[in-house]
Design a protein. Structure first.
Lengths: 378, 378
C-alpha cells in the first residue's frame, strides 16, 4: 500500500480509476486541481465546477457505482497496490512522454496504476526495452524473442511486454530465466489472469518484477483496452522492438505509439515467405523501424534515435472512428443486442454521447437497431 | 558470327580477348585508336607506339601465344560467337556505366564478349534485373530466388545471374520455367561448364537466352575472375537483388559493384538466426540496400533510386591488395610452387611486375620463396 495515503484518499483514487474509461485527461486535470478526495466527491455527486462538462461526459455512466473498497481489497489479496503519481515508485520520467503526447482519443497519461509485485515501476523503467509481437508467433519469433529477452535481461535491461501468448510470453519467460526483472502491462483489471493460460507466468513476473494496469479490478480485457494499453508499453520503454508481426497486428499499434511518443522503434526482419514477418519487414522497408538482429542492436536503438514521428495511416473500417464510437462498437457483444443504458455503462460514456455515436455507426452500416436493442451489423 | 567482321578481324579480336587479363583499359584505348587488327599486330610484336607502356605491361606475358583460330573454332562448336562493341547486339547502353566507372583495378568495360546462345545481350538487357546470392543457399534462399526469378520472367524482365549453385541456379531455373529469357555471366571461358554440375543448366540458358563472358576459351575460373565477373552482372542489370548472403560473400561484392555503378541495390531480409541472411540483413540495416520482399518491390527498385554510392570497406587480408598482387596470389596453386615465368603467364602480367608484387607479398607474409619457386604462405 502507498503508505503516505490515508484509506479515504486511497478509496478516492480507486474510485477515480474505475469511474471513467482511461485515459481521461479532463479527470486528471480535475484531480490535479482539487485533489483526489474532492474530485471524487464532485464526480460521485456530479456537482462539478463550471467548465467541467468533459468530466461529466466521461463519468456520468459509472459515477453512481463505487466499488473502491472491494477493489482495494481484491487488489490486496492479489498482492497488488494502487500507485499514484505522488508515490516515489511512480514512473514519472518514463511517462512524461505521454503528458507531452496528444491527450485526445487513446492518448494521455494514466491517472494511477494498479501494481502487482514488489518491483518499483520507477526503478524498473530506468533502463527498459519493450519486446512485442504476434500472439500467433512462429517458432522463429519465439526463439528471437527468447534470445532478446535473455540478452537484455543479462545486460541489466528490464524487459517490458504485454504478457500475451507468443512473442510477449517468450520475452517475459526468457527475462525471468536470465534472472532479470520484467514488467507486464495488462489491458484488464489487476485481478484478472489474461490470457488465462498465463496465470502462472503473471505470478512469476510479479514475483521478481511487476504487473501493472491502469484498469480497476474487475475490468475485462477489450479490444480498445489493448490499444490503450499499448501506449503504456511504448511509453514505459526507452525503445520498443517488434519481434514478429503480421501485416496488421497489435504490435503494429504499439509500434505506432512508439513513434508517436518519439521513442526509437526496432523491428526484427524475417523470411519474406512468412506472414508473421510481413509487418516487421514492412516497417523496416518504410524506414519506420530500425533493423534489429540481436541484443546489441536492440540496445543501440536507445543510443541512436534518428526517426521522425510519422505514423502510418489507419486502414481498417473501425480504425478511424472517433474514440467514443470506437468504444461503443467495442461494448457491443459479438452476438445479441444491448440497451442504450447497458452500452453507456460498459463504454463508460454518457447516454447522450452513446446515442449520438450509435446514430453515426448505424449510418455507416456498422450497427443495427431493433426494438430498443443495439447490435453489431452482420 | 558477327557477319560484319572479316575472319582476320575476328581473329584479331579473339587474340586481344586472351592477351591481357580483362578488364584492360589501356588495351581498349589502343583498339579504339588503331582498330583491332593493327592493335593486335602491335601487341603481338610488342612494337607499341610511345606512351603505351601500360599495354606492354598488360600483354608482355602472353603476347607470343596466339590461339585465336582455335579459340574461335572451340567457340563455334559450343554455339558461341565473339561479340564486339560494333555489333548491334552489343549491350552498349547497359555497359555505359562501366566506362564511366573507375578503369583502375577490376573496373572498366569489357573489350569484347564471348556469347553462347541466340539471345541478344543488347535486347535482353533492355529491362533486366540481377538476382545473386549465396552458393550455399538454404531452402529459404532458393525458394525466394525461385519466386523472384519466376515473377520477374513472367513480368517480362530478363533475369541476370552468375550460374553458380544455390541462389544463382534457382533464379535462372525459375526464369527458364516461366518461359522468360535469362542471361548468365561466367568467370571463365565460354567453353567451360562452371560449375560442372550446371552444364545442362548452362545449355538451357543458352537455348533461349545467353551465356556471356569476357574471358577467352580455355580460361579457368579464378577468384579474381569471379570478382571481375561480378561487375558485369551489376553493370548489365538495371538493378540487382541479393537474395541470401552471408557476412562476407561473392554476393556482397556484386552488391558493392552495383552501388559503385550507381545502380539500385535490393536485398531480401531473412531470419536473424540464419548465417546466410547476415549479409542481406546488414545491407538493409546499413541503408546500402532497399528491402525487397517480392517481385513488385524488386521491379520498384528500378523506378526509385535514392542511394548514395558509398561502398563498404574491405576487410580480408587480400581484399585491399593492389590488383597485380591480387592476381599473383590467385595464380599460385593451393599446394606446391611456381617459377616467376609461370606466374607471369598465369596472371597475365610482365615478369618485372610479378617480381615486384612477389616482393611485397613476401614482405606481408602472404607468399614464401625457396630455390626459385614461389608458393602461398602456410
Amino acid at each position: 500500500m502507498s503508505t503516505s495515503l490515508t484509506d479515504a484518499e486511497l478509496r478516492a483514487w480507486a474510485y477515480l480509476t474505475a469511474v471513467a474509461e482511461p485515459p481521461c485527461a479532463p479527470l486528471i486535470a480535475l484531480v490535479d486541481r482539487y485533489g483526489a478526495q474532492e474530485a471524487a466527491q464532485m464526480v460521485k455527486s456530479q456537482r462539478l465546477p463550471a467548465g467541467q462538462g468533459a468530466v461529466r461526459t466521461a463519468t456520468v455512466a459509472r459515477c453512481a457505482t463505487d466499488t473502491s473498497a472491494q477493489d482495494l481489497e481484491i487488489a490486496a489479496r492479489r498482492g497488488a497496490r494502487l500507485l499514484t503519481p505522488q508515490d516515489p515508485d511512480w514512473p514519472a520520467w518514463a511517462l512524461s512522454c505521454l503528458t507531452r503526447a496528444s491527450t485526445a482519443a487513446r492518448g494521455g497519461a494514466p491517472l494511477a496504476l494498479w501494481v502487482r509485485g514488489g518491483g518499483s515501476p520507477a526503478a524498473m523503467t530506468g533502463s527498459a526495452i519493450g519486446l512485442v509481437g504476434s500472439r500467433a508467433a512462429t517458432r522463429y519469433g519465439e526463439l528471437v524473442a527468447g534470445n532478446l529477452g535473455d540478452g537484455l535481461a543479462a545486460a541489466g535491461w528490464t524487459v517490458i511486454s504485454g504478457a500475451a501468448y507468443g512473442v510477449d510470453g517468450a520475452a517475459h519467460r526468457a527475462a525471468l530465466a536470465a534472472g532479470g526483472p520484467t514488467l507486464a502491462v495488462l489491458a484488464c483489471g489487476i485481478d484478472r489472469d489474461y490470457p488465462a493460460g498465463h496465470a502462472r507466468l503473471l505470478a512469476e513476473i510479479a514475483g521478481t518484477g511487476a504487473v501493472v494496469t491502469e484498469y480497476a479490478p474487475g475490468t475485462t480485457a477489450g479490444k480498445h483496452r489493448f490499444l490503450t494499453r499499448n501506449r503504456l508499453v511504448a511509453g514505459l520503454s526507452a525503445a520498443t522492438v517488434v519481434v514478429e508481426a503480421g501485416a496488421r497486428s497489435g504490435a503494429a499499434n504499439t509500434a505506432a505509439w512508439t513513434r508517436k511518443l518519439g521513442r526509437p522503434l526496432g523491428a526484427v526482419p524475417g523470411p519474406v515467405t512468412s506472414s508473421t514477418s510481413v509487418g516487421c519487414n514492412q516497417m523496416i522497408a518504410d524506414g519506420q523501424a530500425t533493423l534489429v538482429t540481436d541484443t546489441a542492436s536492440a540496445i543501440a536503438l536507445v543510443e541512436i534515435n534518428g526517426h521522425d514521428n510519422k505514423v502510418a495511416a489507419p486502414a481498417r473500417p473501425t480504425d478511424d472512428l472517433p474514440p467514443e464510437q470506437f468504444r461503443v462498437i467495442e461494448a457491443l457483444p459479438a452476438r445479441g443486442g444491448l440497451t442504450l443504458t447497458e452500452i453507456a455503462f460498459l463504454a463508460g460514456l454518457a447516454e447522450d454521447v452513446v446515442r449520438g455515436a450509435l446514430a453515426h455507426l448505424e449510418f455507416r452500416g456498422l450497427v443495427d437497431s431493433a426494438a430498443g436493442s443495439w447490435s453489431l451489423a452482420r
